[in-house]
Design a protein around this ligand. Sequence first.
Ligand SMILES: Nc1ncnc2c1ncn2[C@@H]1O[C@H](COP(=O)(O)OP(=O)(O)OP(=O)(O)O)[C@@H](O)[C@H]1O
Ligand SMILES: [Mg+2]
Length: 156
Amino acid sequence: MDKVLFLADEEATIKCAAHLSQCVKSNAIIFLQGTLGAGKTTFSRGFLRGLGYNGPVKSPSYTLVEPYEFPDFTVYHFDFYRLNSPKELEFIGIQDYLNPHAISLIEWPEKGEGFLPKPDLCCYLASHEGGRQLRIETHSEKGNTILQRFQDEKSI
Ligand SMILES: Nc1ncnc2c1ncn2[C@@H]1O[C@H](COP(=O)(O)OP(=O)(O)OP(=O)(O)O)[C@@H](O)[C@H]1O
Ligand SMILES: [Mg+2]
């Protein structure tokens, strides 16, 4: 399944991601793709806002990962832009992060190709008419369920 949306401004990106976060309801792996400045970190910030986190959210491009703890699960925000080789993911113990109590948001997943599992959702962001086009693509049954909820409960 896939779904294409137009996000007119940063606020729309935040709202959309916040809405998506409400539809996940379990562990999940979400790839965030698009060129530099496409809005992947903005999307991650919105996702965390949707879960009730109101602190700062910056691209963890030097540390590779930033954890956000919630009572029942952890959101790991990854940014692999500065990864020199996908093999480095073995050294950071990537498999330990992708556990049943984790939601992973992964910027630049293409830099970790071969060392990342298949995502449940891929979100592609691209500049479009002054705003952004977002395509949400599902890659698993869980992904389908999340996108179905997203469409059914759409409130933006
Ligand atoms: N829907 C939108 N319309 C217009 N501008 C937007 C939209 N969503 C986000 N932006 C803007 O895009 C800019 C870059 O966003 P962001 O840092 O999230 O990109 P990124 O994809 O994470 O980049 P990087 O690859 O460098 O990590 C920000 O200034 C943000 O305000
Ligand atoms: Mg970013």
